[in-house]
Design a protein. Structure first.
Length: 146
């Protein structure tokens, strides 16, 4: 599926919250419970314009990508795609692009996945990500490219 990325701006806080809610609510609910007021406040406080891009298909915002480039690694904070557009190759294309960048720049990739999100775990394991640490609620995954 064809898509494009657009840099986020401060006006995108609402659409990014809607995407997060659509993509993650069931997993957050299963892990900690869902409190709408808390989630909205938390999102507004933590929303990072500089590192976030909207995923757009046609004229519709269908997801978001938050990647933090550090000198020695790439940290994928979020790859969130609304349910209607999941399993259409968007996430796969994004991860392949990030892996290519990591290989070219000789940096490993790190990310975290909620333990209840088996679908995401399966997705990342297909690319070779391995669990390197865990908390009560999350797995920390790493892909070594060096």
């Amino acid at each position: 599926m064809e898509f494009r990325l657009r840099n986020c701006n401060v006006k995108d806080v609402s659409i990014t919250y809607d995407i997060k809610k659509n993509a993650l609510k069931r997993y957050i609910e299963d892990t900690w419970g869902w409190d709408e007021n808390f989630q909205l406040k938390y999102h507004k406080e933590k929303f990072k314009v500089d590192n976030t891009k909207l995923i757009i298909v046609g004229n519709q915002e269908v997801g978001l990508l938050t990647v933090i480039d550090q000198r020695d690694m790439i940290f994928i904070e979020n790859v969130l795609i609304i349910k209607k557009y999941q399993s259409k190759g968007i996430g796969k294309t994004l991860i392949i692009q990030i892996i290519d960048k990591a290989i070219k720049t000789k940096r490993d990739i790190l990310l975290e996945v909620l333990k209840v999100n088996k679908r995401a775990m399966d997705f990342y394991e297909r690319f070779g990500f391995k669990v390197i640490d865990e908390t009560n609620t999350k797995y920390k995954l790493k892909l070594c490219v060096q």
